[in-house]
Design a protein around this ligand. Structure first.
Ligand code: TXA
Ligand code: MG
Length: 303
């Protein structure tokens, strides 16, 4: 199969928009830009299209997908009785990098939520993604990488994993945040962050006026995706505390990113693999340590 790339700068021209919407409506999968990372999307209500996402990614069937919507009116079909809190958070942070988990509505196919009684939903803010979502309705989309690889933050990253394997990629430029959305569960007695992300714990706490937990490695697996080795390049990652250690790795020819932020993390991990480096050495500083999302991904990638 030939993978066709459509350009969005940042919007799609009407002919390309028609093309991508028709493809998605007819059950094809396509890689689409979001403000966090690229997603591998398909019609949420088309079971065979959803199964194709799992097949192409090599994703375990017990790892649920995020529903992406372009309008709040889509929520009723996905969430059974969204709470007031759900709407308040959605109105404050959408469109944007916050994923909210609620009880799923009856029309949602089992394969999307991996059989869970809950569903994850977000409204992304990339203009081309919103253009598409407004015409297709809800799309299910995990990050557009082979399972276990670093998430893609450009169309070139997507092609590295999927060229010839999927029919369409929409190139919407480099992802502005470069790291996945924050996943916040609203199904328990208190909101819990299942995956730290761009919207920080502090931002959510400031909005809610209460302190909230980030589900840690000690607690039961709440977000199935967090149990797998993740976000990992082929190279082995070493997290370092001193300049002395760093110079040892430099001598050994390890890949050493100049500056590392959540925004360029995945791009750097992929670059190390392109250069066929066996090792990546990262000197942690205070700023990095205080970034919960960055540290979460680094710890998972270096396991
Ligand atoms: O920024 C993002 O969220 C990107 C872009 C494409 O939107 N998407 C993304 O999807 O990162 P994915 O599939 O790579 O990660 C989804 C995470 C996984 O850890 C999954 O287990 C969790 O969300 N998740 C999905 N549905 C869930 C549910 N019902 N309960 C708990 N965790 C859920
Ligand atoms: Mg992912």
């Amino acid at each position: 199969m030939e993978t066709k790339t459509l350009q969005a700068n940042p919007l799609l021209i009407s002919e390309d928009l028609r093309h991508i919407v028709t493809a998605l409506r007819s059950g094809q999968v396509a890689a689409l830009p979001t403000e966090t990372v690229y997603g591998l999307a398909a019609d949420l209500y088309n079971e065979s299209a959803i199964l194709e996402i799992f097949r192409v990614k090599g994703r375990p069937a017990d790892n649920p997908l995020i529903a992406h919507i372009g309008a709040l009116s889509e929520l009723q079909k996905l969430i059974s009785e969204p709470s007031d809190l759900f709407y308040q958070l959605a109105k404050c942070f959408w469109p944007g990098p916050l994923t909210l988990i609620g009880q799923r509505a009856s029309g949602v196919p089992d394969c999307v939520t991996a059989g869970l009684p809950t569903i994850a939903v977000r409204m992304p803010s990339h203009p081309a993604m919103l253009q598409i979502l407004k015409q297709t309705g809800a799309l299910a989309a995990p990050s557009a990488n082979l399972s276990g690889r670093p998430s893609p933050t450009s169309a070139a990253d997507v092609l590295e994993d999927f060229n010839g394997q999927i029919p369409l990629v929409v190139d919407g430029g480099s992802s502005s945040f470069g790291i996945e959305s924050t996943v916040l569960s609203l199904v328990g007695p208190k909101p819990v962050i299942l995956r730290p992300g761009v919207i920080s714990r502090e931002m959510i706490e400031a909005f809610l006026g209460i302190s909230i937990e980030v589900a840690g490695s000690g607690s039961p697996v709440l977000s199935p995706g967090m149990q797998y080795r993740h976000y990992a390049p082929k190279a082995k990652i070493h997290l370092l505390n001193s300049a002395e250690e760093l110079s040892l790795f430099k001598e050994r020819g390890a890949y050493i990113p100049e500056t590392l932020t959540a925004q360029n993390l995945y791009a750097e991990l992929r670059q190390a693999d392109r250069l066929e480096k066996g090792e990546i050495a990262i000197l942690l500083n205070r700023k990095m340590r205080s970034d919960e999302a960055l540290m979460n991904r680094l710890e998972k990638a270096s396991r």
